[in-house]
Design a protein around this ligand. Structure first.
Ligand SMILES: Nc1ncnc2c1ncn2[C@@H]1O[C@H](COP(=O)(O)OP(=O)(O)OP(=O)(O)O)[C@@H](O)[C@H]1O
Ligand SMILES: [Mg+2]
Length: 163
């Protein structure tokens, strides 16, 4: 996951630089292996970081990505200090086609992201009170090939990733 996150940060650099925003990444997850589809996981990260970039104000925007691990899981938080999710949409944002972006949002970002994370036996939730935080939780597999075999059906690009 570490390589994926740094790749996505580099890839999206022009977008957050355009907003004069600071993007910070802290990896406290060690070098844990995650089994999954790198293309799909990358898509999820791009979705979450792009949403954050679109939500933050010019100049004062800050996005923080953190990777942590517990005994069973890797936790990746994408936090921003932007305008937040409208109160009346707290539940709906994970539904397909729910968007507040009249200029070109399809509203598919979060629903697709949640589907991808679920296919990896993980969870995608919104958390945080002051900042807007989206949290990816992905299970850590002790022995790849054991109970993780179902994950290989996620996509033909499945491979080992170091977190
Ligand atoms: N970081 C965020 N801060 C504030 N609101 C957010 C954030 N992320 C998502 N949202 C809200 O959730 C809605 C749905 O997000 P989603 O990614 O599914 O679609 P979208 O971003 O509108 O369109 P697309 O992803 O296709 O560009 C957004 O339109 C926005 O209202
Ligand atoms: Mg989006």
């Amino acid at each position: 996951m570490n390589e994926l996150i740094t790749y996505v940060m580099r890839f999206l650099k022009p977008f957050y630089e355009k907003k004069d925003a600071a993007l910070q990444y802290k990896n406290r997850s060690g070098n844990q292996i995650i089994y999954g589809d790198p293309m799909q996981l990358q898509q999820v990260l791009v979705n979450l970081v792009m949403n954050a970039i679109q939500a933050i104000p010019e100049q004062e925007g800050a996005i923080r990505i953190t990777a942590d691990r517990t005994e069973e899981a890797i936790l990746i938080d994408v936090a921003d200090n932007g305008h937040g999710v409208p109160a009346e949409l707290q539940e709906e944002i994970f539904e397909p086609f729910v968007t507040t972006k009249n200029s070109g949002g399809t509203g598919l970002g979060l629903s697709t992201s949640r589907r991808i994370i679920r296919a990896h036996q993980g969870v995608l939730l919104r958390s945080g009170t002051e900042d807007t935080v989206f949290r990816i939780t992905l299970p850590v597999q002790a022995e790849p090939g054991g109970e993780t075999q179902t994950v290989s059906s996620v996509g033909e690009h499945s491979t080992f990733l170091s977190a």
